[in-house]
Design a protein around this ligand. Structure first.
Ligand SMILES: Nc1ncnc2c1ncn2[C@@H]1O[C@H](COP(=O)(O)OP(=O)(O)OP(=O)(O)O)[C@@H](O)[C@H]1O
Length: 267
């Protein structure tokens, strides 16, 4: 099981000595069904990572609640695994060692079974033959495969992915999106992907939650019923991309101007 309910979640960060508070999220509600692939989409700074951190249990919401199968999320837990943009691999551990690490922290799996799980996940992400490689001997896409395998090896109910392919070049990004689609189909996990790529969201997700600019609010909760695999030149893909672009561009520009002015203040 892995039904995630985000209910009227708000998050405000306190200001520093001179600055104002930052209202990152305001009244965000949506549900991700068991085994559903949901993408969280929005402009930079709209609160996507904040929301993912709350769901991961790294931080607490200021208001509202988050539950997984009815149980409130209050802290990190093994039923929710996170894949970060920068891979977060241990540089001194091999591919095998990195994947095994998460399992070792669980402590209750016999050594033989642990090795079987590691081998299975190395195969799942297409890294057979690279077991003894260290992270610096791998490409960015391969490192992200290790991070995905490490997260899945602990058999979480929900996989949370924070812009996992942002550091990859366009071609590798497409390749890894196909890989993730394949893995999701074979593993049937609930997945929540943070992205600012409209195309990535449409290619992968059953549901796209589009957030407004800060403070992040749900602009639209879109069910994507296009057949898979999804091709960018299909009429349905093009129409949905146009719709989401309009949604994102339709937002008041004054907020953008305020943000720009804070970064590039006028003399
Ligand atoms: N720990 C923090 N303390 C103070 N402000 C924060 C903190 N974390 C995030 N923020 C602010 O909250 C807002 C939302 O940030 P967040 O990183 O969630 O956005 P995002 O949509 O993930 O952006 P990006 O796509 O650029 O990664 C931003 O204005 C950010 O500066």
């Amino acid at each position: 099981m892995g039904t995630l309910i985000v209910d009227r979640v708000g998050k405000t960060y306190p200001g520093n000595k001179t600055g104002e508070q930052t209202v990152a999220l305001d009244g965000v509600s949506f549900t991700v069904a068991d085994n559903e692939f949901c993408a969280l989409l929005g402009h930079s700074g709209c609160g996507k990572t904040t929301l993912l951190n709350l769901i991961a249990g790294f931080e607490q919401p200021g208001s509202g609640s988050i539950t997984l199968d009815g149980v409130p999320v209050r802290r990190p837990g093994r039923e929710r695994a996170v894949v970060f943009q920068d891979y977060a691999l241990f540089p001194w551990l091999t591919v095998e060692g990195n994947i095994r690490f998460g399992l070792e922290t669980q402590g209750r799996i016999a050594a033989g079974e642990r090795q079987r799980i590691v081998d299975e996940h190395i195969r799942l992400v297409g890294l057979a033959g690279f077991e003894r490689h260290l992270p610096h001997q791998l490409s960015g896409g391969m490192r992200q495969r290790v991070a995905i395998a490490r997260a899945l090896a602990t058999d979480p109910q929900v996989l949370l992915l924070d812009e996992p392919f942002a550091a990859l070049d366009a071609q590798n990004r497409l390749l890894m999106q196909d890989e993730l689609a394949r893995i999701w189909a074979s593993e049937t996990k609930t997945m929540l992907l943070v992205t600012h790529s409209i195309e990535e969201a449409i290619r992968l997700a059953d549901r796209i939650v589009v957030l407004s600019r800060r403070p992040g609010r749900v602009r639209e909760n879109i069910v994507v019923d296009l057949p898979r695999p999804r091709h960018e030149d299909s009429a349905g893909f093009i129409a949905l991309r146009r719709h989401i672009r309009n949604l994102l561009n339709d937002e008041p520009a004054d907020q953008l101007a305020v943000e720009a002015a804070s970064v590039f203040p006028l003399a």
